[in-house]
Write a new protein. Sequence first.
Lengths: 273, 426
Amino acid sequence: MDIFAFLYRGALAAYLVSTLTYLVSLFSRRVAPARIATWILAGAWGCHVLFFLGQWAVRGRNPFFGLPDSLSFFALVMAGAYLAFQFRTKTRVLGVFVSPAVFLLMIVASVGIGGPLTAPEILRGGLVSLHAMLSLIGEALFALASAAGLAYLIQDGLLKRRKASRLMKLFPPLRDLDRINHLCLLWGFPLLTLGIVAGAIWARTVWGSHWQWDPKQIWTLAAWLIYAVLLHQRLAIGWRGHKTALLSVAAFLVLLAALLVEQHFFTTIHRFN
Amino acid sequence: MNLLLLGMNHKTAPVEIRERLDIACTEGFSPLGEIRGLPGVEEALYLSTCNRVEILVRGREDAAVEERLRELIFRHGNLSGADLARCLYVYRDADAVRHLFRVAAGLDSLIMGEPQILGQVKDAYRRAVEEEATGIILNKLLHRAFRVAKRVRTETGVANHAVSVSYAAVELAKKIFGALRGQKILLVGAGEMSELAARHLLKHGGDRLFVANRTWERAVRMAAEFQGTAVEFPRLGEALREADIVITSTGAPGYIITGEMVAGALKRRQNRLLFIIDIAVPRDVDPRAGAMDNVYLYNIDDLQEIADENMAIRKEEAARGEEIVSAEAEEFRAWFDTLTVVPTIVSLREKAEAIAAGELERADTWLRNLDPAAREEAALLARAIVNKLLHDPMTTLKEETREGAARAYAAALRRLFRLDGTDGEQ
């Protein structure tokens, strides 16, 4: 087993342990396990970063192409962004959503990661890498925004119920969740936009036009529009809290459809693996 | 261990009796000095709070010590024998350790898990140390007690759940706003409970306080007291746009803050979260406000119910605290057992070394004929035999400590080697 496979499996195992520890925290309604889970998650992320850099720099493999590699990168960004928020705001139990998502992505990715990468001729070029990288970072941040949104909806429901609850004590404060949601949208949106633009420019050079009316493109555009509205409402109208949380969860479901579902139900030219 | 603990608390003794004893102890005499002076008492600790009086002593194993302590309490407390029998509890050794641990951890308190008692135990200990009333055992015991209290606080939720209305409000505010730094608080009306809640919120980081009252002078006076700003009562709607946390407790018969006022304020607040605490009866705030997005409205019954449920949670958590207490009490007993082991090992070694030295001295006449190097060799040989011989029993004795059987072995060794002097037979 070479060093990279070892790092990947190490990260995968640590993500699993972190997920289980977060679940212990959730079901025992105690914050102490979540504290430990965060450190395990940080360790897993460290392994994951080494794996990623190794693939990219040492092996010269493009780490944004192919379903396995792009899922792994998605998970990396999501976990990294979460850890960054975690160390600033102590929203510990949010990891209950993030850690399992990251673990599942890694499991799916592990099927083909490190395998041969057969990129078609049209995908050679820096612009395509940029398109994939920016879109993936943007989408991972949106995933985090929706996790924060989901936690917000749960906490909001608990506070509206007006009963003492250990779950309420376990979950992070509303405003911290709202802030994470806000920052993820604020950074994710321009990145996804740039990613789409980079893809459109590239499409022009290989297919002769910016836009192909491909199902994946349409779904992504729909999600992008929802996010545009959401961000506008946040910044210009001052939407906050419950409504934005709800909308960011809904928008991510649309994005998820664009990312995953259409791979199986539609034929698309935007499929290279 | 020869530990003896006598005491009475809020469960066993009515307040008249506790205070009589406490007054006598704080005014008339130094209880520690007097307890310490009793024959048979070697170490002592005296703890007195408004909910309990506890006397802990270590001394000779002697029924008379308890009798003397009872007599002392009887005399100073001005109590009848029947009172004393009814109110006083007596714990010995392991039970005394456990009781002290429970007291320090707040598990024996009127309000389960309250933290003040730990400070009071620490003060009592400090006084005992200043008066040189404690020794090796009580020092260790008290430090253990502080550690137990800390463990119970951090490892269980026994102290984590607000059990008063005002603290329940602070806890909720933290679940909404996170850190309370920078939050603006609006206090409408006056009242003991609402002022207490405002004080707690300010203490936990709340930033600016606005006070509205039907009587302008009163608003100004209260604002001065809290270093806040007075707001004219008719401008309540405007204040509602600014505030993050609103506490109301007026005596008004109807709603002071209507649903329309809140809805109007929400539009201007850009959906900032609003936490309204309505302590008034009848209620000051239209309950419809609670159904609006980003508004969290709690009335006095909600808060009281939360405080009560939290009390139930604390009681559940107390069971985990008791487990910690049991484990730590067991550990303390194990430490206590080593106390008998260590002196035994020391005296055994001393005796063996004395024998070796004595024999070498007796052999001095013929040893002198040897050259210095050989003489050194002979001395080393004698010591080596002693060390080898003692090594196994000592190791066994040290290992036994953990299983708690050390006392029996130590006793046997003391007797076999006559370590307690020549009359070890009796």
